[in-house]
Design a protein around this ligand. Structure first.
Ligand code: SF4
Length: 348
C-alpha cells in the first residue's frame, strides 16, 4: 500500500510538471532526497541554485526544494514577476537560526567600541535581514565556494572581519590563511568584549558561535578509522566541518567542488566525503568503479522535511492557479540583501 501511494505521488509530480511545462523551474539542493532530485531541472549548491533562479527567463514559477533561507535568496535575486515557492516553509537551517538580527546588531555595537575598521561578512546560510545588515555596513555575503577569497580580500585591505553565523568555517578559513589563534576572537553575547579583551583588540577575525548540526557530528576519529580501513583513501570535507576534521582532511571545499573533484578522479580512487549523506550516496552511485563513502552517515533533518508529497502539493496548487508556499521578502530588506550578494559576486 505504502509503495503504491509512493508511486502515485511520484507519478503525480511527473504529471503536474508536464502540465506546467516551461512555466516551471524546479530546483533542488544537493542534500535533497533522490525522489526530489530525480524531478529537478537543476541540482546544485545554494549559490548555483540562486543564480540559476535569477537567470531563468522563461519560468514564471520557481519551486525551490531546500531549506528556507535558500528559497529566500532566490526570491531576492529573481524578477518581481516571477514567483518563488517553497514546498515546506517550516524547513529552516539550524545554522541560519543561530544568529538573529537583534543579536548581530548588539554585537556590532560592542565591536564598534574597539575603534577598528571592521567589515561584516555573512555566510549565505543566513536570513535576508542579516544579508541586508551587511550591505548597510559595507559588508557582503560569502558562500563555502568563495569564503577564502572574500576573507583574503577584506584582510588584505587592512580591515578586520566580523563573520557570522558559522564559527567552524570562520576558524577553518582563518587557519588556512595562517592567522594565529590570537588573531581570532569568538564573540559571546554574555562575555562581550571584556575590558578590551581578552584578545579583542588584537583580533583580525571576529567569529560568531554558530555551527551546522550535521557537519559538527563528524570527528577526527572518523577520519582516522577510515584511513585505517581503506588504505590510500582521500578525505575531502566541507568547510562547515570542525577544525579538527578540516585540519586532518586532504582536501576541502563546497559541495560543488567536492562533486567535481570526485567526478574528475581516476577509476579505482577512494574517497571519504565529509558532508551530508544524501549527496555522498548519490555521487557514489554516479561514480561506479570508485569507492565513495561518507565520513559519517549523517543526514540533514531540515532538508528532509521537503518530501515528494509536499512537492506534489505545491505543483498541484500551481496547476489549479494557486500559489502555495509563496516566498516573500520585505522590499527594502530584499534591496539591501541584493547589494550584499552583488558585492560577493563582484569578488567571486
Ligand atoms: S546541512 Fe547544516 S548548514 Fe546545511 S541546511 Fe542542514 S543544518 Fe543547515
Amino acid at each position: 500500500m505504502a509503495v503504491e501511494r509512493e508511486r502515485s505521488v511520484l507519478e503525480g509530480i511527473a504529471r503536474a510538471k508536464k502540465k506546467l511545462g516551461k512555466d516551471l523551474l524546479l530546483l533542488a539542493h544537493f542534500y535533497q532526497h533522490d525522489d526530489i532530485v530525480r524531478y529537478a531541472d537543476f541540482v546544485g549548491d545554494s549559490l548555483q541554485l540562486a543564480q540559476k533562479a535569477a537567470a531563468s527567463e522563461a519560468a514564471r514559477f520557481i519551486v525551490f526544494c531546500s531549506v528556507s533561507f535558500m528559497a529566500e535568496t532566490a526570491r531576492i535575486l529573481c524578477r518581481p514577476d516571477q514567483e518563488v515557492l517553497h514546498p515546506e516553509p517550516d524547513a529552516h537551517c539550524p545554522l541560519a537560526d543561530m544568529a538573529s538580527i537583534g543579536e548581530v546588531e548588539r554585537a556590532w555595537e560592542a565591536l564598534a567600541s574597539l575603534g577598528k575598521k571592521i567589515v561584516p561578512v555573512v555566510y549565505v546560510n543566513s536570513y535576508a535581514d542579516l544579508k541586508a545588515f551587511c550591505a548597510r555596513h559595507g559588508g557582503m555575503v560569502c558562500t563555502s565556494a568563495n569564503v577564502k577569497k572574500i576573507f583574503s580580500r577584506v584582510l588584505g585591505q587592512g580591515a578586520s572581519l566580523f563573520f557570522f553565523p558559522d564559527e567552524n568555517m570562520g576558524r577553518n578559513v582563518a587557519g588556512s590563511l595562517s592567522l594565529s589563534g590570537e588573531e581570532t576572537f569568538l564573540w559571546n553575547p554574555e562575555r562581550g568584549l571584556g575590558k578590551g579583551g581578552p584578545g579583542a583588540d588584537k583580533a583580525r577575525v571576529f567569529l560568531w558561535e554558530g555551527f551546522c548540526i550535521v557537519h559538527r557530528l563528524m570527528g577526527g576519529p572518523d577520519v582516522a578509522r577510515l584511513r585505517k580501513e581503506h588504505e590510500g583513501i582521500t578525505v575531502i570535507v566541507h568547510p562547515e566541518c570542525t577544525p579538527e576534521v578540516y585540519s586532518q582532511a586532504d582536501l576541502s571545499g563546497s559541495t560543488n567542488f567536492i562533486k567535481a573533484t570526485v567526478d574528475g578522479s581516476p577509476q579505482g580512487s577512494k574517497w571519504a566525503v565529509g558532508t551530508e549523506w544524501n549527496f555522498v550516496n548519490r555521487i557514489g552511485r554516479e561514480n561506479p568503479g570508485k569507492l565513495v563513502i561518507p565520513l559519517r552517515e549523517e543526514r540533514c533533518r531540515e532538508m528532509a522535511k521537503v518530501t515528494p508529497e509536499k512537492l506534489l502539493g505545491v505543483l498541484e496548487g500551481l496547476v489549479r492557479g494557486e500559489l502555495p508556499g509563496r516566498v516573500q521578502v520585505d522590499e527594502q530588506v530584499s534591496h539591501d540583501a541584493r547589494t550584499a550578494l552583488a558585492r560577493m559576486l563582484e569578488i567571486s
